[in-house]
Design a protein. Structure first.
Length: 128
C-alpha cells in the first residue's frame, strides 16, 4: 500500500487532468471533506466535482497545475506548500496562488483536505 505522502503526491500530480475530476473520483470518499478555509467547503465526490464545475463556469478554470514546493508527512497527515496555477481551456494562465494544505489519509483515500490561502489573492484571481 502506498504511504500517505505517496498518495498525496500522486493526487496532486494527477490533478491537472480534466480540472481535477478524475483525481477526486479516484482518491476521495463519499465522506471526504474538502475545505478552502474562508472560501468554500464540500463533502463527498459529487459536491467536490460540483465546485470544480462552478469554478470552471464562473472563472473559466479548466486546468490546475500543482507545483509542490514542500511536502512532509506526520503519520496519516500530509502537509504541503504549493503553487497552484490556474489555466483556461486554451492554456492561457488565469493566475497563480501560493498556499498551504493538509491532507488526512485513511487506507489509500483522502478523507480530509484543507487549504489555507490568502483570501485577498483569491478575490483578485476571481476579479480577473
Amino acid at each position: 500500500m502506498p504511504t500517505p505522502l505517496e498518495i498525496v503526491s500522486e493526487f496532486c500530480n494527477s490533478f491537472v487532468e480534466d480540472g481535477g475530476r478524475p483525481a477526486i473520483r479516484r482518491w476521495f470518499t463519499p465522506q471526504t471533506v474538502w475545505t478552502n478555509v474562508g472560501i468554500s467547503s464540500t463533502t463527498g465526490i459529487d459536491e467536490a466535482i460540483g465546485m470544480i464545475d462552478e469554478l470552471e463556469k464562473s472563472m473559466g478554470i479548466a486546468t490546475v497545475h500543482i507545483e509542490m514546493l514542500a511536502i512532509a508527512a506526520d503519520g496519516n497527515r500530509v502537509l504541503t506548500e504549493r503553487l497552484d496555477i490556474f489555466e483556461r481551456a486554451d492554456g492561457s494562465e488565469i493566475g497563480r496562488v501560493t498556499l498551504m494544505g493538509i491532507y488526512e489519509i485513511e487506507g489509500d483515500r483522502i478523507v480530509a483536505w484543507r487549504d489555507y490561502v490568502d483570501v485577498n489573492a483569491i478575490s483578485k484571481l476571481a476579479a480577473g
